[in-house]
Design a protein around this ligand. Structure first.
Ligand code: ATP
Length: 380
């Protein structure tokens, strides 16, 4: 295996559309890095440039210290896994696995031994005589992965390889993939638009938006310490609540006005880091898990009053959508805690904002100005 280095990669398609606007990232040897982002962000384009299937308009790609930017796909020694459609339908599973090895003129005995080893790891050794049409979705996917693994490529490129599978199988494949990546010590660049997949499987995530990198971090760092409003709202389920807020200084105390409510915030927190301007508009971000519902009608400091807009029951958790007349705030509680609160649409309900759990973003630039205090714990 080898490491992958991408530097200032740009791609302008015919017609002048800038799909990538200078992407830089590194994948260490044996590391699984996920390219995550919304549809059209440039994830697949990045992968295709690394694979050599598209030419870069600008930038450099190096694998194991070797500049491969102008090499053909075959000269790069990469293995790419798409979805199930990449299997040859007229060949048996064995022949599908053998195909890349035959291209390399491997001896029959060496080839059989290699395929047997990979098939055992992937638990497909009983399926070697079948055709792809005689396999389930998950089995087909394992064969597609097997075909990449037998090659012992320097870097594995995966483009949403499990996105078409049903939810249960996807959950199983997530675990299998992670185990395989460790067993095979594979260097992996994996495209996904599914944050759950990235959060559970990635060593690090590269979050891309409109052809640019928003942030590169471990999944936990990205959840706890998002550097932009985009990252904060993209990572986390349910999505982080964001509300316009104004900062004011009253009698040497700092107060955030959110709607008609005021939340006192720590002076040191406000004064540390890049300067904030009292009177200026900010965006406050609070995760649904960090908000506590409270008795209705209470107007003490830090409490925000609204009405029940909707209630979703998720088994062990309940999500209350609280209507603040113009904004909806989602609050996630345990099913036990939820029993104390009304579920009738329109009923008055309140919640309490704890200043330590609040993020503050610049409304104009989207940059994170202050991280929640709870995120000051050490994250990996
Ligand atoms: P998705 O999750 O929907 O697959 P993505 O992040 O992988 O999205 P890309 O496929 O990389 O997105 O596409 C990035 C942008 O480049 C999109 O706006 C797309 O329309 C555009 N694009 C991709 N291929 C071409 C092409 N050959 N010619 C012109 N524009 C293209």
């Amino acid at each position: 295996m080898a490491d992958l280095h991408i530097e200032n990669l740009a791609k302008t398609f015919k017609g002048g559309f800038d799909a990538l606007r200078g992407i830089s990232l590194d994948v260490a040897d044996c590391e699984a890095v996920f390219l995550l982002g919304p549809s059209g962000a440039g994830k697949t384009t990045t992968l295709r440039l690394v694979a050599g299937l598209e030419d870069a308009t600008q930038g450099k790609i190096a694998i194991g210290g070797r500049d491969v930017t102008s090499l053909t796909p075959r000269e790069r020694n990469l293995a790419m896994v798409y979805d199930k459609h990449s299997l040859f339908p007229h060949m048996s599973v064995f022949e599908n696995l053998a195909y890349p090895l035959r291209l390399r003129r491997m001896t029959e005995a060496a080839m059989k031994a290699r395929i047997q080893g990979v098939a055992e790891t992937l638990q497909i050794e009983t399926l070697l005589d079948r055709r792809p049409s005689q396999l389930s979705g998950g089995q087909m996917q394992r064969v597609a992965i097997g075909r990449a693994l037998v090659r012992e490529a320097d870097v594995f490129l995966l483009d949403e390889p499990i996105s078409h599978l049903d939810a249960q199988l996807r959950a199983r494949m997530r675990v299998e993939f992670k185990r395989l990546q460790r067993d095979f010590k594979a260097t992996m660049l994996y495209v996904s638009h599914d944050q759950l997949e990235a959060m559970t499987m990635a060593d690090r995530i590269v979050l891309i938006n409109k052809g640019r990198v928003e942030q590169i971090a471990t999944p936990q760092q990205m959840f706890d310490r998002p550097e932009t409003l985009f990252v904060a709202t993209f990572i986390g389920e349910p999505m982080m609540n964001t509300l316009p807020a104004r900062l004011a200084e009253v009698d040497k105390r700092f107060v955030l006005t959110i709607g008609t409510s005021q939340v006192a915030v720590d002076r040191d927190w406000i004064l540390s880091g890049p300067p904030l301007s009292p009177g200026a508009e900010y965006v406050v971000g609070i995760r649904p898990q960090q908000i506590a519902l409270s008795a209705s009608g209470d107007s003490s400091a830090g409490r925000v009053n609204g009405t029940v807009f909707a209630v979703e029951t998720l088994g062990s958790r309940v999500i209350f959508d609280v209507d603040l007349q113009g904004a909806i705030v989602r609050v996630m509680t345990s099913v036990d805690a939820a029993r104390a609160f009304p579920r009738t649409i329109g009923a008055p309900i309140s919640f309490c904002v704890k200043a330590d759990f609040v993020y503050l973003f610049d409304a104009a630039t989207g940059r994170t100005m202050r991280q929640a205090r709870f995120s000051e714990r050490k994250t990996h």
